[in-house]
Design a protein around this ligand. Structure first.
Ligand SMILES: O=[N+]([O-])c1ccc(O[C@@H]2O[C@@H](CO)[C@H](O)[C@H]2O)cc1
Length: 505
């Protein structure tokens, strides 16, 4: 066995890239499969509240620590008429949803989702349909949600029971409009023109809103780069964010490449930020546009037979991936990539929240439980606050077939000067233990309080029952040399280290 090189990490409270936006720890509720129906909403379930929402799921959502929820899609939104989902439930139509070949009963809509999110203390991020609908429907939804009263749409909201406006601050201008699978798919120029007009109208209803335009559906899209440039050139004045989506999986038993997924996420983000800034320079635009990474996760997409192969049903299962601890290690590492780009990535959504490639699973009329991927997300959402620190990392190279040489140990770190807490997130991608020496001399005091790790081979994909044993396990760390913490990361693992600190004046 080769002697692995010592990994060195240097952090300093003064060397940071700014505050981490709490919106980075969002998730996604789509009308897809069992995410809404028998996921968050199941009237008649023993744990359902008076509105039909499952309180057992709510408890897990709170524990997960999500700060934001994107809704109602996803591919679903590109064929959705939001007016189907308001008013008396018995009058709501059953529609065929072309995105997932499901019958949408519309028993949950805007007036059910928004109060539910508010009760959870989670910010909603609403998406409008720019596939089969357009400017009119988008502006009307902003009016329905955000105008206090005195117009047909705002008064209709009041009549439907919401006296006060919802004041939704964050809106997505469609979903994955670059994807040929999207209902109402558009060319870059067509989408840019429509997004710009929708943005103008939506802002005329409420000038305070922030808008996210669609970027590429994934890094390998043939239109990547060209798509972003076109959208930024034509709609840059009227948008605040451009979206990114990415899903990772293990191909051909190539575990090394899968473990390096976050290195690919790094490259993707760097490319989008470079494109944003190049267009800003070329068009002399001074407003900084940032990134909304509003769909990311591990998804074994190659196992999905495609929507065409699915029989039409009501709330039937769709892409209910069961995750292993290896998947959870990769999810933890993807979170590090987001933290390391927190100066430009302001919004993140783990896709999705319940049942559909989700950290939380449910059984109809039965229990709700956590998947392995729940644990790194909850740990980061809780521990990562304040500043994203610049980390100086010395580590060996880790060879992968898909992404070439990447760092063996990937690191991100945060420091909150207000609470006196610091956190370091470390992924050991190699099959050997990795000894790590963290130098934190810039902190006046450092006391490691908690170190926990997720090990890839703790267990494979596993249904139900798993929650108790899947979690993170404790790891030792040595603080005995002032200004240094030393620990050994297990092979193929993801670790969170937390410390009580004081920064020097
Ligand atoms: O790579 N693809 O071919 C591909 C196809 C569909 C796709 O859909 C996205 O993922 C779905 C599940 O979260 C969301 O509804 C949609 O926005 C995302 C990627």
């Amino acid at each position: 066995m080769p002697t692995p090189r010592l990994t060195t990490v240097v952090i300093d409270p003064d060397h940071h890239r700014g505050r981490i936006d709490r919106r980075l720890f969002g998730s996604f509720v789509e009308h897809m499969g069992r995410c809404v129906y028998t996921g968050v909403y199941e009237p008649g379930h023993p744990a359902a509240d008076e509105n039909g929402f499952r309180t057992d799921v709510e408890e897990l959502v709170r524990e997960l620590g999500v700060t934001l929820l994107r809704y109602p899609g996803g591919n679903f939104v590109s064929g959705y008429d939001w007016t189907d989902g308001i008013g008396p439930r018995e009058n709501r139509p059953r529609r065929l949803d072309l995105a997932w070949r499901s019958i949408e009963t519309n028993q949950v809509g805007t007036d059910e989702f928004l109060p539910w999110a508010a009760a959870l203390g989670v910010e909603p991020m609403m998406a409008v349909n720019l596939g089969t609908a357009g400017v009119n429907q988008a502006a009307a939804l902003v009016e329905y949600c955000n105008l206090s009263e005195g117009t047909a749409w705002s008064d209709l909201r009041r009549a439907n029971g919401a006296a006060k406006p919802y004041e939704i601050g964050l809106w997505c201008l469609g979903n994955e409009m670059d994807g040929p699978w999207q209902t109402g798919h558009k060319s870059a120029a067509e989408y840019a023109a429509l997004a710009n007009e929708a943005a103008k109208a939506m802002r005329l209803v409420d000038p305070g809103i922030e808008l996210v335009a669609c970027g590429s559906s994934f890094h390998e899209m043939p239109t990547f780069g060209y798509w972003e440039s076109t959208v930024l050139e034509q709609a840059g004045e009227n948008i605040d964010y451009i979206s990114m989506h990415a899903y990772y999986e293990e191909f051909d038993a190539d575990r090394a490449s899968f473990l390096a997924s976050a290195a690919s996420m790094d490259t993707f983000i760097d490319g989008v930020v470079a494109t944003i800034d190049a267009v800003a320079a070329r068009t002399r635009r001074r407003k900084q546009i940032n990134v909304s990474f509003d769909e990311w996760n591990v998804w074994y997409q190659s196992r999905f037979p495609g929507t065409e192969a699915v029989a039409i049903d009501i709330a039937g299962p769709r892409i209910e991936d069961v995750y292993s601890t290896l998947d959870a290690v990769v999810v933890g590492d993807l979170l590090s990539s987001l933290i390391n780009h927190a100066d430009r990535v302001k919004i993140g959504c783990l896709a999705q929240l319940v049942n559909v490639i989700a950290p939380i699973m449910t059984e109809p009329a039965g229990p709700a439980w956590k998947q392995a991927t729940f644990h790194p997300f909850a740990a980061v959402a809780q521990a990562a606050s304040g500043h994203s620190l610049v980390t100086r990392v010395g580590t060996s190279e880790f060879a992968t077939r898909r992404y070439g040489d990447v760092p063996t140990v990937a690191v991100s770190a945060t420091h909150d000067p207000e609470t006196g807490q610091a956190a370091i997130f470390l992924t050991n991608r190699s099959e050997y233990p990795a000894e790590v020496e963290v130098t934190h001399r810039g902190f006046e005091s450092w006391s490691t309080t908690d170190v926990r790790t997720m090990i890839a081979d703790q267990h494979g994909p596993r249904d139900r029952d798993a929650s108790a044993e899947v979690g993170l396990v404790s790891l030792a760390a040595d603080d005995s040399t002032p200004g240094r913490t030393v620990l050994t990361l297990p092979p193929q693992s993801w670790t969170v280290l937390r410390a009580d600190v004081a920064a020097a004046d």
